[in-house]
Design a protein around this ligand. Structure first.
Ligand code: PGA
Length: 259
């Protein structure tokens, strides 16, 4: 019987949002999340300028908030960067690090992602470490090698205690924003691999929440979240629609009950 871990569903708004529409969305999510059981946790990672708004509208409720990236530096002459400590001042709990869009468009290497995870932890944020292969890499049979290397680069920089405080998100690049999700079995296979890699680190590393991301929608979420090593999701497009995002959270509840 698979171990029961709490579910976690986190929205990744990417570069979307405006104050007026955010308000409607955040209020809807906050209200809807009140009905969720305690073992389903919810978060939203918003663009940095909206952190204060997220804090104002979500504080005291069931929905945590966070950022989509942080600087690899603590502070200093790094024009345009946002430090982990700055996000913490606005009550943030999460920082996505190593999203494939950052790796692809901002030349973030595995080493930088590891440093960002360290920075997040040092500031008191939970890093959501993203790993994932391209379609070319999958077709070449290199999925495990690629995600293994991406994960190892982060694990190498963290102590066992620190690893126990991270979240890992498996996001196959070919499934992000394409409408083509991995099948539940494809995702589970990679999650099981990542879980074993984490377990090798020792301590509580094996129980780190493992999220799946890539075209998660209300109609495929329960199937994905019912897999033994899938502890929830990192949701892009569908997190911008309150109804869909809450339906995905509800699927996490159903998946927990079905186990
Ligand atoms: P998607 O994005 O749900 O729109 O595919 C997921 C992500 O990039 O985190």
């Amino acid at each position: 019987m698979a171990k029961q871990r709490a579910k976690l569903v986190v929205g990744n708004w990417k570069m979307h949002g405006r104050l007026a529409e955010n308000r409607v969305l955040l209020q809807a999510i906050s209200r809807g999340a009140e009905d969720l059981p305690d073992d389903v946790r919810v978060g939203v990672c918003v663009p940095c300028p909206y952190l204060a708004q997220a804090q104002t509208l979500l504080e005291g409720g069931r929905v945590a908030w966070g950022v989509q990236d942080i600087s690899a530096h603590e502070q200093g002459a790094y024009t345009g960067e946002v430090a982990a400590g700055m996000a913490v001042e606005f009550g943030a709990s999460y920082a996505i690090v190593g999203h494939s869009e950052r790796r692809a468009y901002h030349c973030e290497g595995a080493d930088t992602v590891g440093v960002k995870a360290q920075r997040a932890l040092a500031a008191g944020l939970t890093p959501i470490v993203c790993v994932g292969e391209t379609l070319e890499q999958r077709d070449a049979g290199n999925t495990e090698q690629i995600v293994g290397e991406q994960l190892d680069a982060v694990l190498a920089k963290l102590s066992v205690e620190e690893v126990a405080r991270i979240v890992v998100a498996y996001e196959p690049v070919w499934a992000i924003g394409t409408g083509r999700s991995a099948t539940a079995q494809q995702a589970q296979d990679v999650h099981a691999f990542l879980r074993s890699r984490l377990a090798a680190k020792g301590g509580d590393a094996a129980d780190v929440p493992l999220l799946y991301g890539g075209s998660v929608k209300p109609d495929n979420a329960e199937d994905l979240f019912s897999q033994p090593d899938i502890d929830g999701g990192l949701i892009g497009g569908a997190s911008l629609k309150g109804k869909d995002f809450l339906a995905i959270c509800t699927a996490a509840v159903a998946a927990t009950a079905a186990r």
